[in-house]
Design a protein around this ligand. Structure first.
Ligand code: NAP
Length: 262
């Protein structure tokens, strides 16, 4: 896999899976635009990237439409092209149908779906020019219902359908299929539990997180939660020419969790 000369925009690059993906792509020679809200963390990720490529750091709140548009505009102004869009930023929203509010629903959908919809729409004309591709970072919760995270599960199921959008008879309405005719590929990864701050950022206590990670040893057939680097490598594969005949796929990166009954 070689990404020399390729420009890759990664949202949520300041932490966790996005940060690991940025570092991995930099080792493969990519030119990177790294988006997030935490400047200090973005700087740290940029300095961990391969020194041959200096990443462009972009601060953007993805629920703000203007900032989302600026993100892409600044990437294009700096590099002059876009080859790969990695829609990675998301929030965890840990509520059930009894405890949820409409604000929870809006928060999950705004960050995890609406901003992806918007940024992808803006990016597509540029990806068509480069015959580029998109990787959406979904979750195993998009494929299987997961207790206590209702709007999050729904948002990831929506994201998976956006990735497929829809390989069926409604061909003209399908993102993957529609873009495939222009040689733009669209794929997704569906991670299981990955050790990052995602759940704690979503409101889980540190104590509960310890139990959650311990429990992941039972719920993942490989007997452990995953590491961000293990997701980053699958993202890079899907974004590479090695995956040239893969589009519309949702690839579990979950130690086999998707294959189990609850
Ligand atoms: N960790 C897991 O167990 C797991 C499992 C399945 C799927 N995933 C998926 O993997 C992806 C990455 O998650 P992670 O585990 O790496 O989480 P993380 O460490 O919490 O990172 C989330 C990233 O998203 C950014 N972000 C969140 N809300 C944003 C907003 N409103 N505007 C702009 N940026 C925003 C954060 O930016 P700042 O920090 O700069 O604000 C951060 O860079 C997500 O799509 C998540 O759903 C994670």
């Amino acid at each position: 896999m070689k990404f020399a000369g390729k420009v890759i925009l990664i949202t949520g690059a300041s932490a966790g899976i996005g940060a690991a993906t940025a570092i991995h792509f930099s080792q493969l020679g990519a030119s990177l635009a790294l988006a997030g809200r935490n400047q200090e963390n973005l700087n740290k990720v940029a300095s961990a990237c391969n020194s041959n490529s200096t990443p462009l750091i972009l601060l953007a709140e993805l629920t703000n439409e203007n900032e989302t548009k600026e993100l892409l505009d600044k990437t294009l102004a700096h590099f002059g092209r876009l080859d790969v869009l990695i829609n990675n930023a998301a929030v965890d929203v840990l509520v059930s149908i009894e405890t949820t509010t409409l604000e929870d629903f809006d928060r999950a959908m705004d960050v995890n779906v609406r901003s992806v919809y918007h940024l992808t729409k803006l990016a597509v004309p540029h990806l068509i020019k480069t015959k580029g591709n998109i990787v959406n970072i979904s979750s195993i919760t998009g494929l299987r219902a997961f207790a206590g995270a209702l709007p999050y599960c729904m948002s990831k199921a929506a994201l998976d359908h956006f990735t497929r959008y829809i390989i069926s008879f409604l061909k003209t309405l399908c993102t993957a299929l529609h873009l495939a005719s222009k040689q733009v590929r669209v794929n997704g990864v569906n991670p299981g539990v990955i050790v990052t701050n995602f759940q704690i950022n979503g409101g889980m206590t540190k104590e509960d997180y310890k139990t959650f990670i311990k429990y992941a040893e039972k719920t993942h057939p490989l007997g452990r939660p995953g590491q961000p680097e293990e997701v980053a490598k699958v993202i890079a594969f899907l974004a590479s020419d090695d995956a040239s005949f893969i589009t519309g796929a949702s690839v579990p990166v979950d130690g086999g969790k998707h294959a189990l009954c609850p």
